[in-house]
Ligand binder design. Sequence first.
Ligand code: ATP
Ligand code: MG
Length: 439
Amino acid sequence: MKQHFIRIITASALFILLALQVVWLYNTYNLLKNDIRKECNEILEKALYEEVDIIANNLKEGFTIGTRVVESSLNDSINEFTYLYDGLSKNNYLSLNRIDSIAGELLDANNFNVDYSINIVNPRTLDLIRKSNNNHETSWYTIGSKVLVTRLDMSEGIELILNNPINLIFQRINHLLVSTLIIMLFIIACLIYQTNLIFVLKRILQLREDFTYALIHDMKSPLSTIFMTLNFLHSGRMDSKPEMKKKYFQIAEEEADKLLKLTNKVLTISKLEKQKMEMRLSCVALAPMLERLIEKFKAKSEKPLHFALDLKVPTVTADEEYLEEVFSNLIDNAVKYSNKEEVEISITSETDKAYTIIRVHDNGMGIAQKHLPNVFNKYERGAASKRIRKGGATGFGLGLNFVQQIIEAHRGKVFANSIENEFTEIIIYLPNQLLAEEN
Ligand code: ATP
Ligand code: MG
């Protein structure tokens, strides 16, 4: 699966999830709004009931307000209370401000900490006729009770309006929001983790494929060379030409050595990883070791190799055998990843207080910045893995990991510095105190 396809699926999953959450929250909000509206209805009815009670207590005995006329011509759908309110408001008994303060107390008792107003409106058009006499401000967002009709001719109704009930809604929806947020964050974290896992798996698959390819390539050619030379030697055709025979034996030996070195590299890395290897430290002279390697590489290289040695520190404390392998890997890379007619390699050594610093610098194709942090990883070949199929240098991505493991076993450090198409420099820090500590 292509990476962008996985990204699209993940992004779509996240989008659908978010959309579902939004729909769910919107529905919850609507339910909540209906609940608040119902509570407002009850509060307004209760406030009106209390108001009527107060008026009734103050009326003289025998006062008639007016009541429902049985089989009247008026609309039957009119609430019975409307007859009562109609009678009271006609006589100016209903006090809007008193209803307001009763409603306020009831709202407080129900934990509605919001601004509100009691309005007289036209029940048909909902146009405002009068407001209760207070400082309540009107706001852009309100929730209101239903309009209770107070006039039989449908000219007036009364309603309770909550101004700006956002805080109230948040207060009620709070725990839902928090839990939704936690679930969302959890799901997003899971999705990100899962996507990363897919990429890691993809990377491992790719590495395995590259490794198998390189393994087959690098093992097949020495094996077939060995097989061919042995066949030749066995046929007896070389018996009369001892010089040629010697050469063929040498070729077979070199190829077998290549295979052995490869197996040793893998074994050493795995031993070093399990910390089962000890370095046999001694004082190693750098110049003779490097000259030996230079000879070897010059002999087998197809391109001209130029080496420049500037060893301000002539000796280091290290395991000679493994240090030679380290340089062999670094020079091998410098030659292998060269894109110039002539390969120029400079090797320098200097010291600061704690470390001897050795630099192996080449004028090759360099390493892209994005691959630089990973080149010391096992099986990591950066852009080289793509190039092998186009005839580029083969390898297992083990060389630099081997170098790192060996240098770290010496309690040292190793870094890579490079500019693509200009240079690559591997910088090794070997501690100066190592030998003294070990002894
Ligand atoms: P192996 O060394 O196991 O045969 P390799 O050379 O591919 O295989 P490393 O030596 O670990 O593996 O190098 C890792 C990668 O870093 C290489 O594949 C290459 O892309 C890049 N690299 C290492 N050294 C150099 C260099 N001197 N110049 C340019 N690229 C380099
Ligand atoms: Mg290498």
